[in-house]
Design a protein. Structure first.
Lengths: 227, 227
DNA sequence: GCAAAAGTGTTGGGCCTACACCCATGC
DNA sequence: GCATGGGTGTAGGCCCAACACTTTTGC
């Protein structure tokens, strides 16, 4: 008997903003089933493109977002996850600098696209809630062996941004001095001769940037980063 | 245009034997293309079964092996990985006690099934060499956060078996005393009132078994195990 | 008795944690 | 000048790595 399975890809894209926290990019479905529900962006793979290309294309079409950090998350294939027919979906995990995308150009299958704080998710279509949970799990565990900030923060950022990101993801406070010592000892941060602009009160901090080169070397040879 | 992609699963199954080291289970292809080549067991997913069921079924059919530890590894979907048509394959990663399977009942698509030491792999069909490399990578990294021995060793084993397994996977010697201290401190091993049978010279060691209950608890709440 | 493998403790050093006060800026 | 957030150093304790000799067995 002929196989009746369709192959899709989904993109769970995380962003970060120092006051709004960690958020995930969702679209509102334009068509049935579950029209009007929020869902993870994604769609069917075409015959000639790679899986990564399919993810990038769907993301582009549905939200206008282009991503540079993308990794495979997990493949979801339970027989009844879509009511219409058997759909197996390869989920990808992406990180972007939220600041680059405040508004979206939704199109094709999507009515609208929007960031949602990961603690305030709307009702989601299909098994998308489970998928996001797996993705959040991955994000949380990733901070232990990969200094994620590089993909989530602006090119230049005050040190406190990084600290807040970690505090948020860990869900507990961390010691500022110890954290800074540890991060700086990795040698992937460069301090700049520039101060952050003020956005309220308080002493402005120096700006930092990641040194992409040493960062990549470090990631390649494996890194442990316990807190 | 209609999607023309077929979905398959593959199973990379590892076994361990204290003199033969770590090995992977391969089959010899019975049909074209690449008839006679060695390959990873696997096959197409049927419409009603889950991905895990598909893996177990194919493995059963092609090698007679039934597995109890199985996790998803990665999904391979490059457009040209199979010369005939687009095939996307969800690869799974399994561990078995080699001692349980010295001979195999090959059937269906396979002429023959056999263990191969991971350092002496034959020429493999399709992109299966790459897939096995990813799997070995996963196996190696897994020993750092999960005491793998449970799935790979016999129910009762001398402590040196565990030590040899780690030495082999790490590719370097480890300090016996420190290793034992660390493993015992996890509280997942029980010492038995039994000595290993002799297989050559040397003093016989006590036998140990894993305490499945505390082991599972430990895995669940996360575990770091650096060496 | 000799070769092979198992069993067994201690110490020094490095790393990690805990901890509190001053500084720069905006209002 | 006060409120807000940024910046900075040290000491004690714990854990980890390094290290070698004795015991039991087969031959």
């Amino acid at each position: 008997m002929e196989q009746q399975i369709k192959l899709a890809v989904d993109a769970i894209v995380f962003g970060y903003h120092q006051t709004e926290g960690v958020s995930v990019l969702l679209i509102r479905r334009k068509y049935a089933p579950l029209k009007g529900y929020w869902a993870i962006p994604g769609g069917f793979v075409t015959n000639e493109e790679s899986l990564e290309q399919a993810v990038q294309r769907e993301l582009q079409e549905e939200t206008g977002v282009k991503i540079n950090y993308l990794e495979q998350l997990y493949t979801f294939g339970a027989p009844k996850r879509d009511p219409r027919q058997r759909i197996v979906s390869v989920a990808y995990f992406g990180l972007v600098k939220t600041s680059a995308y405040k508004t979206f150009q939704a199109a094709t299958d999507a009515d609208d696209a929007q960031w949602f704080n990961i603690d305030e998710l709307p009702k989601l279509a299909f098994d998308h809630k489970d998928i996001i949970e797996v993705a959040i799990e991955r994000l949380r565990s990733k901070i232990h062996y990969q200094p994620i900030g590089f993909e989530l923060l602006d090119r230049k950022f005050p040190f406190s941004d990084l600290e807040k990101l970690y505090t948020t993801l860990l869900g507990r406070p961390i010691d500022r001095r110890n954290f800074k010592k540890k991060v700086m000892s990795l040698g992937i941060l460069e301090e700049l001769d520039e101060k952050a602009k003020q956005s309220g009160a308080g002493r402005p901090g120096s700006l930092f940037k990641f040194n992409k080169k040493t960062y990549n070397q470090l990631v390649k040879k494996g890194l442990h980063f316990e807190l």
